[in-house]
Write a protein that binds this ligand. Sequence first.
Ligand code: NAD
Ligand code: LMR
Length: 330
Amino acid sequence: MVKAAVLGASGGIGQPLSLLLKTSPLVDELALYDVVNTPGVAADLSHISSVAKISGYLPGDDGLEKALTGTDIVVIPAGIPRKPGMSRDDLFKINAGIVRDLVKGIAKYSPKAFVLIISNPVNSTVPIAAEVLKGAGVFDPQRLFGVTTLDVVRAETFTQEFSGQKDPSAVTIPVVGGHSGETIVPLFSKATPAFQVPEDKYAALVNRVQFGGDEVVKAKDGAGSATLSMAFAGFRFAEKVIRAAKGQAGLIEPTYVYLPGVPGGDDIAKATGVDFFSTPVELGPNGVQKAINILDGVSDKEKQFLEVAVTGLKGNIEKGVEFVKNPEAK
Ligand code: NAD
Ligand code: LMR
């Protein structure tokens, strides 16, 4: 039996993500939580003739407790999205408190659940979640994930003309670092099957993966950021976490994790100098089975991108940790 919960289920990501989870045969029970509209979203999804039993909760009447109790996997897309001209860090002021409070609920009502954080800025909201779970004495780093799958999905899509794959997802491209601008580092040199990006196209391609989110924010022109592609990516990642928990082996996907707390993470922390980093991770029954270090043998250009990424990440991580220790300072 798998119970999944979506926190922020009525939003642009929350609704299509809940739809995908509702239609997945891997999910037996699906709880939707939001500050608005969950009764309607749940009623709508409940007419779908799939396995999952669906329920919707609002904050009143112990809604968060009811949504989280007995939950195996919690996905969090709660929080405000960007408008043109904003950085993901501009969302910190509002989203930091939202994520902190929701994770406090997880610590209390479903401390053993896998926690998948989508809310931006991911580079900081995942450290916030880690600090909250640590403070409550229930932090299991193998079960906390920052969802960076959309960067991988974009890298697969934007390189299709070079990889020559009919199905862009047939190529594996590790994207490492964080989830915002220059902290996103696609490692095309490590793609399998290997392909060549022409020299004169390389810089623009890296830039497009790093700033793909801005492309959508601009096109939506004030109506938010990526929602449908994010729901696809979030579901792809959640499905792998569930499949691995059920015993399927060999499932690997990059995700933003707390390196010192996961097997294989120490080497990567030493190589990068940061504690939180997105790296390909082999998933297992208990979450992160092994963080895979693919930084050896990257190209000189990729090394330069990684240096810039790490500098940005350090500040983002510190900001998240500091927010939990000293919330009044923000
Ligand atoms: P949205 O505004 O459409 O939806 C957000 C939902 O969160 C709303 O329904 C809102 O009511 C709800 N919410 C707000 N406060 C809440 C709380 N305290 N508890 C429960 N629910 C609450 O936004 P969206 O487009 O769905 O984006 C959500 C977040 O995901 C944003 O922060 C966005 O930047 C981020 N995002 C991340 C990625 C990624 O790759 N990780 C990709 C796209 C978007
Ligand atoms: C994305 O990468 O699309 C998301 O992080 C949303 C954003 O703000 O760009």
